[in-house]
Every structure is written in structure tokens, then in C-alpha cells.
Design a protein around this ligand. Structure first.
Ligand code: ZN
Length: 332
């Protein structure tokens, strides 16, 4: 069965059904965070390129690829499907049109983001930017989700470090609401909402982890997850597509700084999700950067979320952000 989006008229939210995803390989055992025996071939390793679909983009240094992008073999969305809204009796559905790509961050099977140097981050961001710019050219795409699942608790099925890109023909409800809020805030105050939040965090002081000329890292005042971190752009940047070489360099620098703190504070094996908050493709123009500010969210998955969170969308967090920020700050 092909993937399809189905619409819930009650919650006004879409669900993506992707049966293909059931077939994907797993290298985590059922009960532990440890990888299963390494006998099975990892499709992301160097010299195993024949196990993935044909590459889309790569960065080569010293005659070897440093990171590469391939179509997701077990894709939830496909660019070859017709864009189609379908009536299914009383219900609404939408064809599984979109793009689903995997960025393999390193040729080394065991190297994790906490061990990346400045050059690793710079290659990684350069390639992410290339794909974000390239997919934007397809005017059928409204929204690109860029996310990393690290560790089984964060939803990863393969341990080899990778980031996923999923582009869709419409905006998720949450993003639509976020855009509306940011636009109306800008209309009222003539400032971006996140700029004001960063200003308030700066006055509050206690939640700031580190910063450089262009980016600030802080534990948000109302963090949902223990040791959650936000990396916010201090410059008027709304998306990776706007970054110049200096911006890429400043972000590589701050990611390198932060992940060293992350490793020293939480150890090597803490699962986390990392989410890139770019302005969506739909209605993107020269004014977007006035109200939408680029940021990255890093969400450690130390404690599990459960029924209360699913029902209320209110998260229970056992670590205050000022405690988390202090631990990160003092770790280097
Ligand atoms: Zn591997």
C-alpha cells in the first residue's frame, strides 16, 4: 500500500500512514539501548553505498565522502506520487506525495554527534543547507521537517548517525498556528517573537548556557523535556536557505561547543531528538525573516512521556531549566 495522509475532522490534524516503514531494518534490540550484533551490514557505512538508493548529494574531502544524502529506502513519502486530494466516503485523505531523504552524517559507524569536531558540523550544515535550498525549488512542497533521532528512546531504528528530511505538500496544524502567532506578534510589536524571548532570557540570565556573536544557547523557561536546549539565531535569519558562509561557521562553532557540554553533562549514550526550525516554504518571501527566527531544538529523551502528555499536551518535566543550564555551563 502507498503512503497516505488522513485528516481528522475533530482535531483538524493529519496522520501519515506509511506501511512501507514496517519493513525497515533495526539494529537495536527490543529491550535495551544497545545495538544488536553488528553482523548485519550497515547500509550507511563506507564501501556499503550499494545498499542505499543512488546518492542525491555529498561532500567529499581528501578523496572520500564525509557526509552524503540518499533517498530513504523505507520512505514514508515519495516525490513520484501525484499530488492528490481524495474523498474517502465521509473522510478526507491526501496522497503520500513529498520527499523523504536521509543525511548520513559520517562514514564512521560508531562516531556520534557528541564527538564531532568543527569540520564535521560545518560539512553537515553545508549539506543540510544545500538540500533545503534545492527542495524549496519544488513549488508543490509547503513544509520541510529536518530532524535527528539519536538512540532508541528518541525513535531511531539505526545507530549509525543520520538526520532525516521530510518535505510535505501542506503545513502541519502546529506550524500553521505558530506562523499565525508570529505574524500577529510582529504586526503588534514590530519585532520577532523569538527575539523578544531571547531578550527576556538574557535579562533572566539563569537559563543561558553559552553564546557567540550570532547564536545563543539556552534552556527555555518552560522546557517540556529535562535538559532541553534551544539554539536561537541572534541575527535576522529565518531559514538555513539564508545562511552565508559566516553564519554556517558560527552555527558549527556553537554546535561544537554545546555538544561537548552535552557529552560531559549527560554522558555518551543519552537519546535525543534534534529539530531544525526553519521558516516553511509556503508563503516564504523577503519579509519572512522579520517575524520568523531560525532556531534548533535539542530534546534529550531521558524520561518517557505517557498518557497525560498525550491527553493534555502538557509535559511533566522533573528538571528545572536553570538547574540544567547551570550543569551545562559548568561542564567545560
Ligand atoms: Zn554504519
Amino acid at each position: 500500500m502507498l503512503s497516505e495522509f488522513r485528516y481528522c475532522k475533530l482535531s483538524k490534524e493529519w496522520t501519515l500512514f506509511a506501511p512501507e516503514r514496517l519493513l525497515r531494518p533495526k539494529d537495536f534490540s527490543q529491550n535495551q539501548n544497545e545495538a544488536i550484533s553488528q553482523e548485519e551490514e550497515c547500509p550507511f557505512d563506507v564501501h556499503k553505498e550499494h545498499l542505499t538508493p543512488l546518492g542525491i548529494a555529498e561532500i567529499i574531502q581528501e578523496n572520500a565522502w564525509q557526509c552524503r544524502v540518499v533517498p530513504n529506502l523505507y520512505n514514508a513519502l515519495s516525490i513520484d506520487v501525484e499530488v492528490q486530494s481524495i474523498k474517502d466516503g465521509f473522510f478526507d485523505k491526501f496522497s503520500g506525495f513529498g520527499a523523504h531523504e536521509v543525511l548520513i552524517e559520517t562514514p564512521l559507524h560508531d562516531k556520534q554527534m557528541v564527538d564531532y569536531d568543527y569540520n564535521n558540523f560545518s560539512n553537515y550544515l553545508t549539506l543540510l543547507q544545500q538540500r533545503t535550498q534545492n527542495l524549496q525549488k519544488d513549488t508543490r512542497l509547503a513544509f520541510l521537517s529536518i530532524f535527528k533521532n539519536q538512540g532508541q528512546n528518541a525513535g531511531a531504528s539505526l545507530s549509525h548517525a543520520h538526520t532525516q528530511l521530510m518535505a510535505m505538500p501542506f503545513l502541519p496544524k502546529k506550524m500553521e498556528e505558530e506562523i499565525a502567532l508570529k505574524k500577529s506578534y510582529f504586526q503588534e510589536h514590530k519585532r520577532a517573537l523569538l527575539d523578544d524571548l531571547v531578550y527576556e532570557e538574557r535579562n533572566f540570565q539563569k537559563n543561558i548556557v553559552c553564546e557567540n556573536s550570532d547564536f545563543m544557547v539556552y534552556c527555555p523557561y518552560a522546557s517540556k523535556f529535562a535538559f532541553e536546549v534551544k539554539i536561537a539565531s541572534k541575527k535576522k535569519l529565518s531559514s538555513l536557505v539564508e545562511f552565508d558562509a559566516k553564519d554556517i561557521s558560527a552555527l558549527s562553532d556553537i554546535l561544537h561547543d554545546f555538544f561537548q557540554r552535552f557529552k560531559r553533562t549527560l554522558g555518551l549514550n543519552v537519546a535525543f531528538n534534534m529539530i531544525f526550525k526553519n521558516a516553511p516554504y509556503r508563503n516564504y518571501d523577503a519579509n519572512t525573516k522579520e517575524y520568523f527566527r531560525f532556531s534548533i531544538e535539542i530534546l534529550p529523551r531521558i524520561y518517557k512521556t505517557a498518557g497525560f502528555e498525550l491527553d493534555s499536551e502538557i509535559y511533566i518535566n522533573v528538571v528545572l531549566p536553570e538547574i540544567a543550564a547551570q550543569a551545562y555551563k559548568e561542564s567545560l
